[in-house]
Design a protein around this ligand. Sequence first.
Ligand code: ADE
Length: 232
Amino acid sequence: MDGLSTSIIGRAQDKGLLSVEAINIRDFAENKHNRVDDYTYGGGAGMLMQAGPVYGAYQSVVEKAQSKPRVIYLSPQGQTFSQSMAEEFAKEQELIFLCGHYEGIDERVLEEIVTDYVSIGDYVLTGGELPAMVMIDAISRLIPGVLHNDVSAEFESFQDNLLEYPQYTRPEEWHGKKVPEILLSGHHANVEKWRREQSIIRTAQRRPDLLEKAELSEKEKELAKKHLQNTK
Ligand code: ADE
């Protein structure tokens, strides 16, 4: 699928760690003109994707599948996609992403085949393809072997519902700004302590909504509170 054939996800596909196949619903049109949409009953502007072609496309995928895969319908009406959902979907052998177009899909086929309604955020896009690619990217990088460094998928933003601490590489000084002294100390325990504190401060300042779900000691809660107040 275009957009998923380069870089990390592309290499993962080359290595056989995952595969992505695009199915064109138009190939399952039930008329000579390859039309898959029609006017909506009850009137109103716009067209609706018909149940038949969507179901035909679905069946063609399910026939080849090992088991009955979950069917994710990308829609602003879905549950908001999150890292924990990505982790859950990454455990599945196969997934079907059903991408509608701005006009939507006949409700009856959705009732019959969709297992998960997922949105990637509270804004409206013209179709489900980009949201599907966003989800495929987030899910794929959790598959063992896709990232070179297994730990980097663990210790990153949203680990423990905290944002990642700031990071630095060479040179030691750039535009007059020095790398925090503690990171040059070689004292592993102190570095870890500093990073944890920075994660808490950063989350308090940038994503205070995440703190409720983070597991913090009493001392850490105090630290977070101090930086919450500073932002208001
Ligand atoms: N289709 C259109 N907008 C969308 C969104 N925000 N998330 C998922 N699918 C969509």
